[in-house]
Ligand binder design. Structure first.
Ligand code: ZN
Length: 547
């Protein structure tokens, strides 16, 4: 047998958390064909001498937002060059499908490069098919967003769904799961997800659970209301009887620092009672979101245009102003405007990288008015980076045994249209291995790699990925543990990392020596019906009607 690829003499960290071992790893027809003691004689079309570097499974980004950006950046440079070989999108309650025509018009109007996207994303099946036809360098699967379903059925309104609407959302969810969505995500600080009561989430999560899928939540508060929000997420798992995954776990705002010790104890307690709860985290003390998330939920009802109308209304604006000045309960955060950087401001690129406080001083206005003016001018497109977390908390969360790593970022390449994004898109995985493993010794290498590979693979039901073993898909990354480092910072976020030598996706070299090869070997990953090994029915039903 002639192998397609032989990586010889690597220190293999196999993704299970087990200690590393030295081996030759052979790849044939997209799969790992051989894991053998080093020094054997194997015929291979391409041989790479690992020279003591580490070979691990490709990293799995369990929490990504590349839903539409992959159409613009199919090589997924920001992630691929870190060693990411699989991403799951559709997070925080928002997925690129199913969109009805009104929603699609709004998304299109706010997208930086609408010409790149094959619109008509009326079903998850159509979306995933379009992505597969486009061709991508990494594997990609998605959740379906609760907010997306809710908006499609009842619009962006602040009220509970009635039984008929709930049933309609449930049928749409079934269609998305049938098409291969990996689970249901919620974003309970964002409109319209924030208008849903817990009972709605329990009803929908139960539908996902019947098919063996996950409920993944951006919980209702990550600051002042963190503990209540974690309790709500756990209760969904308890009542609907299935697995809950809590996204980007953190305590935001100085008065809330240290609360993660209590929330992690809540997770341990829930697990001891048989509730399957896991979490993910990105390795930074700054978060990033839409600037409009800092405005009260009632002001966001009806969508961006309604929000802008309210901001322009001299009778309504003072009320919004007053509520933003107080702690922003809906964002779960107490805003200190000198800690909030503008990441994307399409109309004023020169403000990107400056704090809200600085922009207020530059324009001779109050910071809250600066925020309201920005949302009025930019709609939902203004993005911010918020330095709201404690380093001790980041480390405590990282060490927890059921915490895995997710970027909360997108597949990007340097492009001014995307502004100055949070560096997590370019640095999450390499920062864990360089900063937190090598420099700070927060985790052992094997434990960290497990959180980047085998643990998310198991969580997502990706049985043939996330581990180096014969028969598994050949998603691999070869890196130098002494060199690996994130170079992307907040001032210069679009820089690619050091120390990642080779990235293999489905047996094909997708990046080498810090550059993409141009290959697009990524597969669209569709969860199969009930994870039972049966093929999912072809052509997910289009429950939004013809488009
Ligand atoms: Zn989120």
């Amino acid at each position: 047998m002639t192998l397609d690829l032989l990586i010889a003499g690597a220190r293999v960290v196999d993704g299970t958390g087990n200690p590393w071992f030295r081996a030759d790893v052979g790849v044939e027809a997209g799969r790992i064909a051989m894991v053998a003691p080093p020094g054997g004689r194997h015929a291979a079309r391409r041989r790479i001498d690992a020279a003591d570097r580490v070979l691990s499974p490709g990293f799995i980004d369990i929490h990504g937002h590349s839903d539409l950006s992959l159409f613009s950046f199919p090589l997924a440079q920001s992630k691929l060059l870190q060693g990411v070989t699989t991403e799951v999108g559709g997070n925080c309650g928002w997925s690129a499908a199913p969109l009805n025509p009104d929603m699609e018009e709004q998304v299109r109007a706010e997208h930086p490069r609408p010409e790149d996207v094959p619109w008509g994303l009326h079903s998850v099946d159509r979306y995933l098919t379009a992505l597969g036809e486009h061709g991508i360098a990494v594997n990609y699967g998605c959740h379906v967003g609760h907010g997306t379903l809710r908006e499609a059925v009842i619009g962006s309104v602040d009220r509970p769904a009635n039984p008929f609407e709930l049933a309609t959302m449930g049928r749409m969810l079934e269609g998305a799961l049938e098409a291969g969505a990996m689970g249901l995500s919620s974003g309970l600080i964002y409109a319209p997800g924030c208008y849903a009561p817990p009972s709605e989430l329990e009803y929908l999560a139960a539908i996902a659970y019947r098919r063996g899928r996950l409920y993944a939540s951006h919980i209702r508060g990550e600051g002042d209301t963190l503990e209540q929000a974690v309790a709500e997420a756990i209760a969904v798992g308890r009542r609907a009887r299935g697995p809950v995954h809590i996204a980007h776990h953190k305590a935001s705002g100085r008065p809330n620092w240290g609360k993660v010790a209590r929330t992690l104890a809540m997770v341990d307690e829930a697990r001891s009672q048989g509730i399957d709860v896991t979490l993910d985290q990105y390795p930074y003390t700054a978060s990033s979101t839409d600037l409009s998330a800092y405005l009260p939920a009632w002001a966001r009802e009806g969508g961006t245009r309604m929000l802008q109308q309210r901001l322009a209304d001299p009778l309504v604006r003072p009320r919004i102003r007053e509520e933003v000045r107080r702690p922003v309960a809906e964002a779960g955060e107490t805003a200190d405007w000198s800690l909030i950087l503008l990441a994307c401001v399409r109309g004023r690129r020169e403000w990107e990288g400056r704090t809200v406080q600085e922009v207020a001083e530059l324009t001779g206005t109050d910071p809250v008015d600066a925020v309201l003016d920005l949302v009025l001018a930019e709609g939902g497109t203004a993005q911010v980076v918020h330095f709201g977390m404690s380093e001790d908390d980041v480390r405590l969360v990282m060490r927890h045994p059921v915490v895995m790593i997710g970027s909360d970022g997108s597949s990007l390449a340097a492009d001014p249209a995307w502004g100055k994004p949070h560096p997590r898109s370019y640095g999450t995985f390499v920062r864990v291995l360089g900063h937190y493993v090598r420099e700070m010794k927060v985790l052992a290498l094997e434990a960290a790699v497990h959180k980047l590979t085998g643990m998310p693979a198991a969580r997502l039901g990706l049985d043939d990925r996330g581990r180096i073993a014969p028969g598994r898909m050949a998603d691999l990354v070869l890196f130098d543990p002494e060199i690996i480092e994130a170079t992307a910072g907040f001032a210069d976020p679009c820089r690619h990392p050091l120390g990642v030598n080779l990235v293999v996706v489905n047996g094909v070299i997708a990046a080498e020596d810090g550059a993409p090869t141009g290959a697009r070997p990524g597969k669209v990953l569709r969860a199969c019906w009930a994870n039972c090994g049966r093929n999912f029915p072809p052509g997910g039903r289009n429950l939004l009607g013809p488009s």
